[in-house]
Ligand binder design. Structure first.
Ligand code: EPU
Length: 419
C-alpha cells in the first residue's frame, strides 16, 4: 500500500520574516466558472498554483474551454458553444464545481452536472442553489446522480430570498442572473470579499451588478458578456494562516500582498489572545505572545469570524493560559481535527457545535490526520509549537488551498519537509 503524502514539522523554531500571499482560492474558482459566460480570451491574474485550480481547469476543459498558465496568470479561452456538462469524477473532487450549473444553464439553456462531493463537514446540501435557479425558470431532474437542468425559454430575473447567506448559492445565482432577462434581486446574500470580487469581474465583462458586499444584490440582466482581464483578490485565509503560524510559534511574521480589512474579526481575536498586530493597506505584522490568553469566538458569515480560520485558531488556543469556548455556526460538523489535536496533548472537548479548549502549556508531536484543507493547516501550526516531530498525513489536502506551503513555511524558519 502506498503511504499518503505527509508533512513533517519539528517544533520549537520561532518563525520570523516575510511571506507574500496570492489570489484567493475561493475567488479564482468562481472566476474561472464566470469566464464560461463569455466566449473569447479571459485572463485571470494573481492565480495560485493549487490543486483546486487544476481541477476547475479540468471542469472547464470538459465543457470545451482551454486554460493555460503563464506564471501567476491564467489564460482561459472559452468557445462559442460550450458543452453543458460536468462529470462525476471532477465534481466529486471539488464541491465548487456545482457553480458551473448556473453558468451553463445561462449560457446553453441546459446543463448536466453530477451532484457535488467536497470536504467532510457534515451534509452540505445545494437546495438554495436549486430553489433560486427554479425561481428563475429552470427545471431539474435527478437521474442516476446527475442533475439534468433545463431552461428552454432562458432564465428570467426574479426576487430571491436566501434563508442563509450561502456563499455558493449567492454566486450560482449571480452567474445565472447576469444574462437572465429582467432584473434579479438576491436578499440575504452572502457578503464575502471573494463574492464581491466575482461581481467586479462580471461587471468588467459587461454585467450590471449592484450591491455586492451587502445583503441585497441587484442584477440587471444583459444580453451578452465579453471576455475580460481581472486580478484576483488576495487570499485572506492564506494570509490568516501565516499570521497564526507566526503567532503560535511566538515568532514575528509579516504577511505581504493581503487585505487586512478582510480579516478584521480574526485579527481582533488574535489581539485579544495577546498578539501584537499592526497593519498597513496591504500587509499585516504579527508578533506572537509567549503564551496566548484564552478567547471565545463564534464563526459566522462575513464579516464574522471565518469558519475556515477556526481550526487554525483552535490550534493556537490549545496552548492558551485558560479556557476558550468556540461556537461553529456555519457547518454542522467541522470538528474531526479536534481528536487529532488531542492526540498531540491538547485538552479539547466538543459536542458537535461547540468546542471547549482548556489550554495546556505543551503539545507533543505525533502522527495526525489532516482531514481537510484547514484541518491539515491547523495541525501543521500545532506542530510548529509542539515538542518533537509532528507528521501530518493526507497533507495533499494542503495543496488544494495553499500554494508552496512547505517552502513558504521553511522560508520563515520552520523545520518542515514534505514526503
Ligand atoms: N447550505 C445549505 N444549502 C445550500 C447551500 C449551503 O444548507 O443550498 C449550507 C451548507 O451546508 C453550510 C452552509 O450553508 O452548512 C454554508 O455553506 P456555503 O454555501 O456558504 O459554503 P460554500 O459556498 O459551499 C464556501 C467556501 C468554503 C467556506 C464556505 C463558508 C468555496 C469553494 N468554498 O463554501 O471554503 O467554508 O464558503 O465561508 O468558496 C475552504 O476554503 O476550506 C472551504 C471549505
Amino acid at each position: 500500500m502506498t503511504r499518503p503524502e505527509s508533512i513533517r514539522v519539528s517544533g520549537g523554531n520561532r518563525l520570523y520574516g516575510e511571506v507574500a500571499v496570492l489570489g484567493a482560492k475561493n475567488a479564482v474558482l468562481k472566476h474561472m466558472v464566470a469566464a464560461m459566460l463569455a466566449p473569447g480570451d479571459h485572463v485571470l491574474e494573481n492565480v495560485p498554483t493549487i490543486a483546486d485550480v487544476a481541477t476547475m481547469g479540468e471542469v472547464l476543459a470538459y465543457a470545451g474551454a482551454t486554460c493555460r498558465r503563464d506564471g501567476t496568470s491564467l489564460h482561459i479561452h472559452v468557445p462559442e458553444h460550450p458543452r453543458p456538462e460536468a462529470p462525476l469524477e471532477l465534481v466529486r473532487k471539488m464541491r465548487a464545481s456545482i457553480l458551473i450549473l448556473g453558468a451553463l444553464l445561462s449560457r446553453c439553456g441546459e446543463a448536466r452536472v453530477a451532484l457535488p462531493g467536497g470536504d467532510d463537514f457534515g451534509s452540505r446540501p445545494i437546495d438554495m442553489h436549486l430553489d433560486g435557479l427554479r425561481d428563475m425558470g429552470a427545471t431539474f431532474e435527478l437521474k442516476h446522480g446527475v442533475l439534468e437542468a433545463q431552461a428552454p425559454d432562458g432564465l428570467h430575473g426574479t426576487e430571491i430570498y436566501l434563508e442563509f447567506p450561502s456563499v455558493g448559492a449567492t454566486e450560482n445565482l449571480l452567474l445565472a442572473a447576469a444574462m437572465a432577462s429582467g432584473t434579479s434581486v438576491i436578499s440575504n446574500a452572502a457578503r464575502e470579499p471573494e463574492l464581491t470580487d466575482l461581481a467586479v469581474y462580471l461587471n468588467k465583462m459587461g454585467a450590471k451588478i449592484e450591491g455586492a458586499g451587502t445583503s441585497t444584490i441587484t442584477v440587471r440582466g444583459v444580453g451578452s458578456l465579453a471576455a475580460a482581464t481581472h486580478r484576483v483578490v488576495p487570499d485572506r485565509l492564506e494570509a490568516g494562516t501565516y499570521a497564526l503560524a507566526g503567532a503560535i510559534s511566538a515568532g514575528e511574521v509579516r504577511v505581504l500582498d493581503c487585505v487586512p480589512d478582510h480579516l478584521r474579526m480574526e485579527l481582533r481575536k488574535m489581539e485579544v489572545a495577546g498578539c501584537e498586530v499592526t497593519h498597513g493597506e496591504d500587509w499585516i505584522h504579527v508578533v506572537g505572545p509567549e503564551r496566548p490568553e484564552p478567547v471565545d469566538f463564534a464563526t459566522l458569515p462575513y464579516p464574522g469570524f471565518h469558519t475556515d480560520m477556526h481550526p487554525q485558531m483552535v490550534a493556537f488556543l490549545a496552548l492558551a493560559d485558560g479556557t476558550s469556548i468556540i461556537t461553529e455556526n456555519v457547518y454542522a460538523a467541522r470538528f474531526r481535527y479536534v481528536g487529532e489535536l488531542n492526540r498531540m496533548g491538547a485538552d479539547i472537548q466538543t459536542d458537535g457545535q461547540h468546542v471547549v479548549v482548556r489550554g495546556t502549556d505543551r503539545l507533543s508531536g505525533c502522527e495526525v490526520d489532516g482531514c481537510d484543507i484547514r484541518a491539515a493547516a491547523a495541525l501543521v501550526l500545532a506542530g510548529l509549537a509542539a515538542e518533537g516531530e509532528t507528521c501530518v498525513v493526507h497533507a495533499d489536502h494542503i495543496d488544494r488551498g495553499y500554494a508552496g506551503f512547505v517552502d513558504k513555511m521553511a522560508s520563515l524558519g520552520a523545520q518542515i519537509t514534505r514526503e
